[in-house]
Design a protein around this ligand. Structure first.
Ligand code: ZN
Ligand code: ZN
Length: 159
């Protein structure tokens, strides 16, 4: 995959009547997309279909990238794909050049998980000793937990 421009500019007068499909990749390092618990390490793939109707430019954007996250409960690192679609509309004049980069950046940030979890059932760390409870139980868990410990769901053979 070739990393192209860090920005995407659309020349309104170059959009044909039937619309234009643009495939491009963004270097995430140039887009200021970092969050404390989250990084992008691979290029962001953008597939856009651009149409123009009178004074309106419409960009149907499909965005795909890969997130490198740290789990909010156990602090473990994990990767997760991000896919999102957006419909961006702009009021334009025929001679305008529209830079959609900032809007794409916002769409990606909106698609971030609010609270990254390595798995839905992540047990997190023991508040008393810091043991990663996904790997091993610790003595502190008996008092604070009611009921038997959860067992990992497996495709159990019928006996
Ligand atoms: Zn976790
Ligand atoms: Zn403990």
């Amino acid at each position: 995959m070739v990393v192209e421009a860090s920005i995407m500019k659309i020349h309104v007068n170059r959009i044909p009547f039937e619309g234009l499909r643009e495939e491009t990749t963004y270097d995430p390092a140039l887009l200021d997309l970092k969050r404390r618990d989250l990084q992008l390490q691979e290029p962001i793939a953008l597939s856009a279909f651009i149409t123009k109707a009178e004074d309106e430019l419409v960009v149907q954007a499909d965005i795909a990238c890969r997130l490198h996250l740290s789990c909010a409960r156990c602090l473990g690192a994990f990767d997760s794909p991000l896919r999102t679609s957006a419909m961006l509309t702009y009021h334009v004049r025929p001679t305008d050049v529209v830079d959609i980069t900032e809007d794409l950046r916002q769409e990606i940030i909106l698609a971030y998980p609010m609270i990254p979890l390595c798995r839905r059932t992540c047990k997190g760390l023991c508040p008393a000793c810091g043991q990663n409870l996904n790997l091993q139980a610790c003595p502190h868990q008996k008092e604070s937990r009611d009921g038997p410990p959860e067992t990992e769901t497996q495709s159990s053979p019928a006996r």
